[in-house]
Design a binder for this molecule. Structure first.
Ligand code: ZN
Length: 327
């Protein structure tokens, strides 16, 4: 019989990016694979969104379960383990992520990890669990994971993936070997995007904070135009010509996280422009007001990851903005 939560975290095919060899992963890959015989029990792969952290975690997981990894610790792709991995049925590998509409990783998902790791491996040399996005664990889930991290079963490797490690308890972070995935140099990112058929990568890289996969996603989803529309509405709410409640409903229907991340960048950009300008002193009240609003946007982004109603959160924030802007 399946353990509680067992069925729901098993049988997932690998992340579609597991075969990719993104140039900006090279350093992190070298760190991950430096000494496969003496791996830490828990790794924390972190960096901003849009760098392919989860794809890298899956690539590493394949190498960990592969019967015959080759040069550079790359999975062979041909052994029985690799075939099971591709089919999403490897008995020694589990993925724990967000389920359906949930915005949190729940405690029973992590308890299932404990039960899974307690048994010795079926066929691979180790048992591997990927948890992504790790910051989505609620407090009970994180506490449950902490128990596993305090006494990791022999031969187990946990790979936590996070875009926001501040959202992880310090007790969890301190028990993981952290590997940072950084933004590639601008020219390298632009070259890579051009090779993917992006004609003018510079503007889109700016919007994506330098992250190539986020930039590619923006290009493919017409994100630049979407962003223009979001910032137009933001401006209009501030100017009193657009209803904050209607704007909130639209942003919720589009993508709350993405909209707020654009708003946050825009507010930060305005602050930067005002502070760099010659009238910075006379604008100090406005700068202060924008800083306050920036804090409110950060807080709203944090709350988006909790079970609170997203439309209400956005409404509240936009109403504050309409009041602040007309003050
Ligand atoms: Zn293999």
């Amino acid at each position: 019989m399946a353990e509680p939560g067992e069925v729901r975290c098993a049988g997932i095919p690998p992340h579609p990016g597991y075969r990719e060899r993104y140039p900006w992963h090279a350093r992190a890959w070298a760190q991950l694979t430096r000494d496969p015989a003496r791996l830490p029990h828990a790794l924390l792969l972190h960096g901003q969104p849009g760098l392919g952290k989860e794809a890298l975690a899956w690539r590493f997981a394949q190498a960990l379960v592969c019967a015959d990894p080759g040069a550079g610790f790359e999975a062979c792709g041909a052994c029985q383990s690799c075939r099971l991995y591709v089919a999403g049925t490897h008995p020694d590998l589990r993925f724990v992520g967000l389920e359906e509409e949930s915005r949190q990783i729940a405690v029973d998902q992590i308890r299932a990890v404990g039960s899974f790791l307690a048994l010795s491996p079926h066929s691979a040399a180790r048992k591997v669990v990927i948890v992504s996005p790790a910051e989505a664990m609620n407090l009970s889930a994180a506490n449950s994971l902490l128990k596993v991290l305090e006494e990791p079963p022999p031969g187990s490797v946990l790979v936590l993936v996070s875009s926001r490690i501040a959202g992880l308890p310090a007790t969890v972070r301190s028990r993981c070997a952290a590997i940072a995935l950084g933004v590639p140099p601008r020219a390298e990112a632009a070259d890579w995007l051009r090779a993917q058929g992006v004609a003018r990568p510079e503007e889109i890289l700016d919007v994506a904070a330098g992250a190539p996969l986020a930039a590619l996603e923006l290009e493919r989803s017409d994100g630049l135009n979407e962003r223009k529309e979001v910032l137009r509405a933001f401006e209009a709410v501030g100017g009193g010509t657009e209803d904050p409640v209607r704007c909130a409903t639209r942003w919720k229907a589009a993508d709350s996280r993405r909209c707020l991340s654009w708003v946050q960048d825009e507010v930060a950009r305005r602050i930067g422009a005002l502070m760099a300008g010659s009238e910075a002193t006379s604008k100090s009240a406005e700068i202060k007001r924008l800083f306050e609003f920036l804090d409110e946007v950060s807080e709203a982004r944090r709350l988006l990851e909790t079970p609170l109603d997203q439309t209400l959160l956005l409404e509240d924030l936009l109403i504050r903005w309409s009041r602040a802007a007309t003050r």
